[in-house]
Design a protein around this ligand. Sequence first.
Ligand SMILES: *[C@@H]1O[C@H](CO)[C@@H](O)[C@H](O)[C@H]1NC(C)=O
Ligand SMILES: *[C@@H]1O[C@H](CO)[C@@H](O)[C@H](O)[C@H]1NC(C)=O
Ligand SMILES: *[C@@H]1O[C@H](CO)[C@@H](O)[C@H](O)[C@H]1NC(C)=O
Ligand SMILES: *[C@@H]1O[C@H](CO)[C@@H](O)[C@H](O)[C@H]1NC(C)=O
Ligand SMILES: *[C@@H]1O[C@H](CO)[C@@H](O)[C@H](O)[C@H]1NC(C)=O
Ligand SMILES: *[C@@H]1O[C@H](CO)[C@@H](O)[C@H](O)[C@H]1NC(C)=O
Ligand SMILES: *[C@@H]1O[C@H](CO)[C@@H](O)[C@H](O)[C@H]1NC(C)=O
Ligand SMILES: *[C@@H]1O[C@H](CO)[C@@H](O)[C@H](O)[C@H]1NC(C)=O
Length: 708
Amino acid sequence: MKISRLVNLTGLLLVNAYSLQNTQFQIDIDDITGAVTSLRDAQGNSSIDWISSHSNAPWQPLGSRWGLGFADLGAAYLHRFYWTEPDLKTGQDGSYKAIYNAGPLDITVRRTLDSNSSTFTERYTFRNNGDEALDLATRSKAALAIYTPFNDHYTNTSDSLNHRSFAHVWANGGSNAWVKLEQMGGHGRNLGLVLTEGSLVGYSIESRDIITLSNTRGVFQLHPALPVLQPGESSSVEWALFWHSDWDDFFKQSQQLSKQFVRFEISQHTLVLGEKAEIRLTGGVSSTSLINGSPVSCDSPDECTYNYTAKTLGRQALQVTTQLMDSTTANSTAYVNVVPPVDDIISSRVNFIIQKQQVNDGTDNPNTGAYAVYDNQAQSIAFWDKGTDRTTGRERLGMGITIARFLLLHPNNTEVRSSFEKYYEFVTLKLQSENGDVYDRPVGSGTSRKRLYNWPWVLQFHIAAARLPFEITSAGKTPVEWFMLSLESFYREGGKDLYAIGLPILESLRFFKQRNNTARYDRARELFVRHGEVILGRGLDYPPFEVNFEQSIVAPAAIIMLELNRVTGNETWLEAGELQLTTLLRFQGRQPDHLVHRVGIRHWDGYWFGKDRHWGDTFPHHWSTLDAVALHHYGQIIGDDQHLDHVQEILRNNLALFSPDGTAGCAWIYPLTVNGRETHYRDPYANDQDWILNHILYIDDDNRQSSF
Ligand SMILES: *[C@@H]1O[C@H](CO)[C@@H](O)[C@H](O)[C@H]1NC(C)=O
Ligand SMILES: *[C@@H]1O[C@H](CO)[C@@H](O)[C@H](O)[C@H]1NC(C)=O
Ligand SMILES: *[C@@H]1O[C@H](CO)[C@@H](O)[C@H](O)[C@H]1NC(C)=O
Ligand SMILES: *[C@@H]1O[C@H](CO)[C@@H](O)[C@H](O)[C@H]1NC(C)=O
Ligand SMILES: *[C@@H]1O[C@H](CO)[C@@H](O)[C@H](O)[C@H]1NC(C)=O
Ligand SMILES: *[C@@H]1O[C@H](CO)[C@@H](O)[C@H](O)[C@H]1NC(C)=O
Ligand SMILES: *[C@@H]1O[C@H](CO)[C@@H](O)[C@H](O)[C@H]1NC(C)=O
Ligand SMILES: *[C@@H]1O[C@H](CO)[C@@H](O)[C@H](O)[C@H]1NC(C)=O
């Protein structure tokens, strides 16, 4: 233990700056605020700081350092009483205490290093020091917050892979709450947090804006659930932080450290109506535990199962209630989703798109024939929204490709076919030039620019159109001719440096091979291999694109490597693909909630694509299904079934973005609040979510193919 600038006072130490240190942890506490400013591993890689503060995240506001917080204590305090300066700070042999006052609330923070259990414990006690009952919960779920700034930022690739960690947060389950941090680069042991007393109602995100853009996860707050506090009463939350290796070790240690931790193992978090799921509960459960009031069946004192049958559509809470030894009750909630058969979701969505989202305005509207962004609140195409990510180009191509794949299965559906034929003309005449270039909005509707991202989608669109059992032409050219023109122009424009999402390597080469089109096969393969070699050569040295480093840079790298392996059989691509896949999977968490489980971390597209323009976590988000495509290819290559459940989890959990009536939303904004605005809902814009359905149809189609 190291103490600086101390004053000795009858055995206690009144301190200014403080370090808590033992063989496991190295923790710095700020002398003025009492906030934790640094937390490092004393044994592992001490170059990694697991929390954010000025030294590694200078964009973070000082008031949101670790352990500070706020309470909504009413109008007299403008609903935001921040505790930032303790009245008393004491330290003694591996422990630290600070007492803050916030109006009628006293907050005592105790921090302890326990060498026996190798943990660092933080305990926050809230005492009503006023003369009236204090009921924070009636104001809002987010009325009480403790800042826990995890070091989850995308500064640049090397800094992210060497010094930052993903925060997999589970705070929506009541007394079962945890955070698993994971080094982005996988360089050694990881920090975990498990709740050991009290209960949480969720987490929020702050400090997201158009300056730092998509490159920081923001500042996290955890929200304790407090009972009504009568004058003089107090209530605490406590958590333990500990080092662990992988997910199993994390769950095992959480179970050892916390009597209220429950591990949920649910065979699928999204079920089709009528399906059954086996739910395995380990940890803080017993033979008297109830799940939504029904008994569980236990093999041993802390291992129980429950068979769940999906009877009602929609998001379902499964609450496990357990009497703990000390006669308190612990409630732990998990969430599953129940959906109609996937084919029904796809057909109602396709019908909705062709009926409500296609522009039919006569030939002088440059958008005519396009599939457009739809506002579920106005129940109209969002024709007033002129933002770049709301044009009829760009990601909206996902609707067109989905419809092409639907037509491949239902070629006799004349209504869908005639809508698609209009759309085909729109893409070729308005989003493309005669030489195959691709624009991000239709010619004639403002300044159209080229955007390399859009090319692979147009390529995928043409190859899907080429596979249809009826002929389609535009400007005298067939889809195959359009494909080749677009392919040549993509690589002419510099496509080989793009970590291209949705590049149809496997699908187009298989198509040319099946049709004995050797010249086109050879040319396309040559271009794809040259592109792949750029990504192969860079390995984990990812270049920045629209975000400095992100899931959708790593995912296309994995997919491109694995598709090249499937096409060529060359092992070099497989090895490279495995490296990318390992990196990609670290973005995924295992929270017991269908919205988040195995859904890769992304946190900016509520702003770019949503109506309400929220920054902050999007769980789920359609590009997380790229992980399913990568895992699908990997499973095909190594010939195992083990990846099937994982692929299904990702695809199905994303179905939360669709409703049975064919309406949809582009992003589910998961935190309770983002920058103080209430969230935890699906954005009202149907924008680019149909990529999920495209990926479902693509994987099903690939499973039906024989060659490659
Ligand atoms: C650690 O273990 C030792 C020996 O078992 C015991 O005497 C001591 O009280 C323990 N310390 C804590 C903080 O639990
Ligand atoms: C990456 O980010 C870190 C931290 O902000 C910075 O120190 C480093 O210079 C950056 N490296 C590059 C290559 O930009
Ligand atoms: C610690 O992390 C840094 C940055 O990633 C790395 O260069 C170094 O090799 C790591 N050291 C150990 C012992 O893992
Ligand atoms: C749950 O279902 C499985 C498979 O049908 C069965 O083997 C098991 O006994 C059931 N468990 C309970 C607790 O009913
Ligand atoms: C747990 O849930 C039960 C049933 O919903 C409720 O009566 C009880 O108050 C809850 N206990 C806690 C500690 O939240
Ligand atoms: C479409 O219609 C044709 C001609 O009536 C028929 O031969 C074919 O089987 C139908 N295809 C499908 C997929 O229903
Ligand atoms: C391609 O060539 C093979 C072998 O010569 C032949 O069996 C097949 O029918 C051809 N396919 C097409 C679409 O021409
Ligand atoms: C496999 O692909 C790599 C990258 O294109 C290439 O360098 C290597 O020669 C190929 N190996 C074989 C056996 O074709």
